[in-house]
Ligand binder design. Structure first.
Ligand code: TYM
Length: 338
């Protein structure tokens, strides 16, 4: 039996943060043991909003370095950047013709990113989810580990697969399973528990970056917003309860994810304690988990040739899987093969 195929991607739009790590990348690392994994730095998605060319190049290498440092093993998993494998863009065009404008209009991420300037957003930003569907389906991947915020995009990927299959009367593309699990599928900002931790937040104090050193992490956790109450004695019984103390439950969730414990176990351990004490313990585990990743990432960034060689090999391996699938898609659609 061949192993189930996993695909996931991350944008090179700056440093990776704790939300990326706990929501997605830690799961990517674990899946390597018993899945065939493709992990992609999605540079074509990044340019749907303006990127300074030199920053994009640096970020692509930096994000690849973070993934390797976090435990993606290039000897086992296929690690590459998206623009090196042209099949993604080719299938995306076909999916642009399968997906409906009405579907795109419902995408909350587009609405958030385009904001009030919708008319001025790039066409690429609008079609972003069709490229994402192509990323996954050009390998016929069945499992996609992501954080909570990608759920709607993955539903659209299933819709694209289903419509393609029914339009062409085939049973060709699989319906992909999103893998969203762990205690931190949605890590919130350290400054505002109602906003997710994000690379695009103007305040660096809102997030812990994988590149942050121990003192920076300690400072950010010390200054993280909390309410005046002590640590909750139990996990929230409802969404309303969570919403009443978002910062408190967010920090507990981060601790739980970092220590592989449940929220209930963290509540048992710290419930009733003042947040100052809890923050000390959280800093210790955050530094213990992130320290080695940061050190390895810095080492790799001093060896860009090593990173480039890994991305080059990964792209070659990815192309080999994608090529026959794209050829079959050409046949199904009635396009003459290249
Ligand atoms: P991106 O680059 O925004 O984030 C990469 C991964 O990190 C997760 N994540 C979070 N998880 C928990 N809490 C947070 N605060 C948080 N912030 C980010 C994301 O859910 C994601 O899993 N569109 C994707 C990239 C992509 C992709 C794909 C993913 C392109 N093609 C195909 C899967 C399959 C994105 O922008 O992720």
């Amino acid at each position: 039996m061949s192993k189930p195929r996993v695909f996931s991607g991350v944008q090179p739009t700056g440093n990776l943060h704790l939300g990326n790590y706990l929501g997605a990348i830690r799961n990517w690392v674990k899946l390597q043991a018993d899945h065939e994994c493709l992990y992609c730095v999605v540079d074509l998605h990044a340019i749907t909003v303006w990127q300074e060319p030199a920053d994009l190049t640096r970020s692509t290498r930096e994000v690849a370095a973070s993934l390797i440092a976090a435990g993606i093993d290039p000897a086992g998993a296929i690690l590459f950047n998206q623009s090196k494998v042209a099949a993604h863009a080719e299938l995306a065009w076909i999916f642009n013709c399968v997906a409906r404008v009405g579907w795109m209009n419902r995408m909350t991420q587009f609405k958030e990113k385009a904001g009030k300037h919708r008319e001025n957003a790039s066409l690429g930003l609008y079609a972003y989810p069709a490229l994402m569907a192509a990323d996954i389906l050009v390998y016929k991947a069945t499992h996609v580990p992501v954080g909570e915020d990608q759920k709607q995009h993955l539903e659209l990927t299933r819709d694209v697969a289903q419509k393609f299959n029914s339009d062409y009367g085939v049973d060709y593309f699989p319906l992909t399973e999103p893998l969203i699990y762990g205690a931190a599928t949605r890590v919130m900002s350290l400054r505002d528990g109602s906003k997710k931790m994000s690379k695009s937040d103007p305040s660096d104090m809102s997030r812990i970056n994988l590149i942050d050193d121990a003192d920076t992490i300690a400072g950010k956790i010390r200054k993280a917003r909390t309410d005046p109450e002590p640590v909750p004695v139990a996990p929230p019984a409802s969404e309303d309860e969570r919403a009443a103390r978002p910062e408190a439950y967010n920090l507990m969730g981060i601790y739980a994810a970092l220590t592989d414990k449940s929220l209930a176990e963290v509540a048992d351990e710290f419930g009733g304690a003042p947040f100052s004490a809890f923050k000390g313990a959280l800093t210790d585990v955050a530094v213990a988990v992130m320290g080695p990743i940061t050190a390895e990432m810095r080492r790799l960034m001093d060896h860009p040739d090593e990173i480039d060689a890994i991305l080059h090999q990964g792209a070659e391996d990815a192309r080999e899987i994608a090529a026959p699938i794209l050829r079959e898609v050409y046949d199904i659609v009635g396009l003459l093969r290249p």
